[in-house]
Design a protein around this ligand. Structure first.
Ligand code: BGC
Length: 729
């Protein structure tokens, strides 16, 4: 029950026939049932974050999980809120939502609830401070010395206010499982850290489910179990010869020789089995899909247990496809729209450029960390980037490429589409091959790759993207640039080029990417995405927050890899606000095809009368002390669509705390997605819970309401905040 075994899924708990228990099947990942065929590839969490849409986040979780369930997977290895995105170079940031803890927290809660509403267990990962890929695991140097994994070293305040925050939302939402991370933190391995597992997660947050290790992230037996690890994955020695499990028979030995109490084993099993019964997985759960065994983690010859496999089933649904298309569009951010060049008004001669425009040319699967790599590690040239690589990817059954969707749309009204998808050819002057020029509009597609296992080396779109834009803008005064892939993309030097009339950050939209984009380009859908991160002017404007060097790669010191989170809470916009430095496009920013006005701020509630700390004798339920989740104040505003077309916007609420809280200049504490017809108005309410208004007091070790006034700012981005008010606390 507590140790994985070779089987047809990425993680397997063996069946126990005597108890009529058919085992547990665990599968990646955060955007698809990754290894399956006849399954859908959904937008990445990055796109969900850019949509700022709680309802779509929930629906995505639900639909995705129905596909897991249909294929007999009991446990989905997602969602991700670690990495949170401390470093803009983080290779896995796109698997998670946003470097803003509040935004991530709201969206992860919806995702967990959506997944579990389908009867599938959610695994919120990777707990915690898994903020870089470089040296995420220990390595062995040339002398045979084990060099330990990076240690993320953080203070208590930052831990609570930034990195633990979204995990608290996931626990509050009922996540069945939490996956502990590969890295060390404050010196101890993530799956062997009693402070974070027993202390923060199980005691403080009241987590009642099980902690499972990341794959081969367990580095001890009894010590890990006593630190709070409940389940070792993948367990077993068969796949990784020479890597016997610290669990398995060793656990039995430890109980028999008295070094581990059987009570703790009971606790582990209770934690593992509770979600199984709670979600009714003992009743009519579909069998494990027959195909996964052929492509799974473990060679079928190594199975030691009898897994019953069902037929190969198609779990795709029209409703899923529609959601994917809608969410892909909702997660697309319009950054620039000079002279309203978008939406397109039936241009007759359309140019499409760039290696990101076309269909895949090197297969449909980007598991760059394994031998079954098809779309290899960012070295695939021509082919659109619809999701990132690694265990967080998905196997596409198809993709609607941007080029295909544009061609279809153009053809519907008799327009001409001309295209060059080789960046080399464009850079070499190939545009001359097109006729007739001038083109009415040029669409340039750029991509930024990211994958598990490596951090990004640049924040500028790859494949000679700057030259590609230069060449196109030289002949095309109406050039629209579309960015796919990891964020942030640093847009300079061409963002202010007058011939770049519009820019769309389209993120990672999944299998319907072309359709999602065409819906925005031709104005069927208003661009309602907003940046869930900051785009700086230069790469060097960001704190890199990434530990890597040649010296470290050659170190002989096992403890050499140390990442001190000295910036505390000041990541992403909080860093730029603290420095008061200008950025290209700020957190929360995004344009629409219409315009909005915001007015009439009202603040109700009396947090000043509330006790400074939650009542210590109030119950701790999943999520922590229940009083933390009680609403103490509500802010409301009126939003009006002042333009001529229907559209959606995202009013955002930020708080500025008194000095006592030692908080960032502004912290997001409310948002909503509002659809309004031209001329229509709506009221938006932002409920503020005790936790939203508190800071973590390291002396009292509790969430504490500061004394004084909290400044409330509401508007359309972190730097466009026309409404302000005061909340007496
Ligand atoms: C990743 C996890 C994943 C696991 C199983 C690990 O390398 O970090 O996110 O769930 O592999 O594929």
């Amino acid at each position: 029950m507590v140790t994985g075994t070779p089987g047809p899924c990425v993680g397997n708990i063996a069946p126990i026939e005597r108890l009529n228990f058919s085992g547990l099947c665990l599968h990646d990942g955060p955007l698809a049932i990754r290894q399956a065929i006849y399954a859908s590839v959904f937008p990445a969490e990055l796109s969900v974050a850019a949509s700022w849409d709680r309802a779509l986040s929930h629906q995505r979780g639900l639909y995705m999980a129905r596909e897991f369930r249909g294929k007999g997977a009991h446990v989905a290895l997602g969602p991700v809120v670690g990495p949170l995105g401390r470093s803009p170079f983080g290779g896995r940031n796109w698997e998670g939502f946003s470097p803003d803890a509040y935004l991530s927290g709201e969206l992860v809660a919806q995702t967990v609830e959506g997944i579990q509403a389908a009867g599938v267990q959610a695994t919120t990962k990777h707990y915690i401070l898994n903020e870089q890929e470089t040296q995420r695991n220990p390595s062995v140097n040339a002398n045979g010395t084990t060099i330990e994994a990076i240690s993320s070293n953080v203070d208590d305040k930052t831990m609570h206010e930034t990195y633990l925050w979204p995990f608290a939302n996931a626990v509050h939402a009922g996540t069945a499982s939490i996956m502990c991370s590969y890295n060390r933190l404050n010196g101890s391995y993530g799956c062997q850290n009693s402070k974070t597992l027993n202390g923060l997660l199980k005691d403080e947050l009241g987590f009642q489910g099980y902690v499972m290790s990341d794959w081969l992230g367990t580095h001890a037996g009894v010590a890990s179990i006593e630190a709070g690890l409940d389940l070792d994955m993948p367990g077993g020695i068969f796949f990784f010869a020479g890597s016997p499990s610290y669990f398995g028979g060793n656990v039995t030995l430890a109980v028999n020789n008295g070094s581990l109490s059987s009570g703790r084993i009971d606790d582990m099993v209770l934690r593992i089995m509770t979600p199984y019964y709670f979600l009714n997985q003992d009743k009519d759960y579909p069998p494990i899909d027959g195909y996964t065994s052929k492509i799974g983690f473990f060679p079928a010859a190594n199975y030691v247990d009898n897994f019953t496999l069902g037929p190969i089933v198609d779990v795709r649904q029209q409703a899923h496809t529609k959601l994917i298309r809608d969410l892909g569009a909702a997660g697309t951010v319009l950054l620039k729209n000079f002279n309203s060049s978008l939406p397109l008004r039936k241009p007759k001669n359309i140019g499409v450029f760039g290696n990101d425009a076309a269909d895949f040319t090197q297969g449909q699967y980007s598991l760059a960390i394994s031998s079954d790599t098809v779309l290899a590690d960012g070295n695939y040239d021509i082919g659109t980037l619809a999701v990132g690589g690694g265990s967080g990817t998905g196997r596409f059954t198809y993709v609607v490429s941007p080029l295909d969707a544009i061609k279809a749309r153009a053809q519907s009204y008799g327009a001409l589409t001309q295209y060059i998808t080789s960046n080399d050819f464009i850079a070499g002057g190939g545009i001359a091959a097109l006729a007739p020029v001038p083109l009415d509009v040029c669409l340039v597609f750029l991509k930024s790759w990211a994958s598990e296992g490596a951090d990004r080396t640049t924040l500028v779109a790859e494949w000679n993207s700057t030259v590609v834009v230069e060449k196109v803008t030289a002949v095309c005064p109406n050039t629209i640039v579309v960015l796919h892939g990891a964020a942030p993309n640093v847009l300079l030097p061409w963002a202010n080029n007058p011939n770049v009339t519009a820019i769309l950050a389209a993120h990672m939209p999944g299998q319907e990417t072309g359709n999602s984009l065409v819906d925005i380009l031709w104005g069927d859908v208003d661009p309602s995405g907003r940046l869930p991160y900051t785009i700086a002017k230069n790469e060097t404007d960001y704190a890199k927050n990434l530990v890597n060097s040649t010296a470290l790669l050659e170190t002989t010191d096992p403890n050499a890899w140390q990442a001190d989170f000295v910036e505390g809470n000041l990541i992403d916009y909080k860093e730029f606000d603290a420095k008061n430095s200008s950025v290209a496009y700020e957190f929360g920013f995004g344009l629409s095809y219409t315009t909005f006005n915001i007015s009439n701020i009202q603040i109700t509630g009396a947090p000043a009368n509330a006790s400074r700390r939650p009542n210590p004798s109030a119950p701790t339920l999943p999520g922590g002390n229940v009083e933390l989740w009680e609403t103490l104040a509500t802010v409301s505003v009126t939003v009006t669509n002042t333009g001529s077309v229907a559209g959606s916007t995202v009013p955002q609420l930020y708080l500025t705390f008194p000095a006592e809280a030692d908080a960032p200049t502004r912290s997001l504490r409310g948002f909503d997605k509002v659809a309004l017809n031209s001329g229509a108005s709506g009221t938006v309410q932002f409920p503020l819970m005790r936790r939203d208004l508190s800071y973590w007091n390291v002396v009292t070790q509790d969430w504490t309401l500061p004394v004084g006034n909290i400044e409330v700012s509401v508007g359309f981005s972190s730097r466009d905040l026309p409404l302000t008010g005061n909340l007496a606390v």
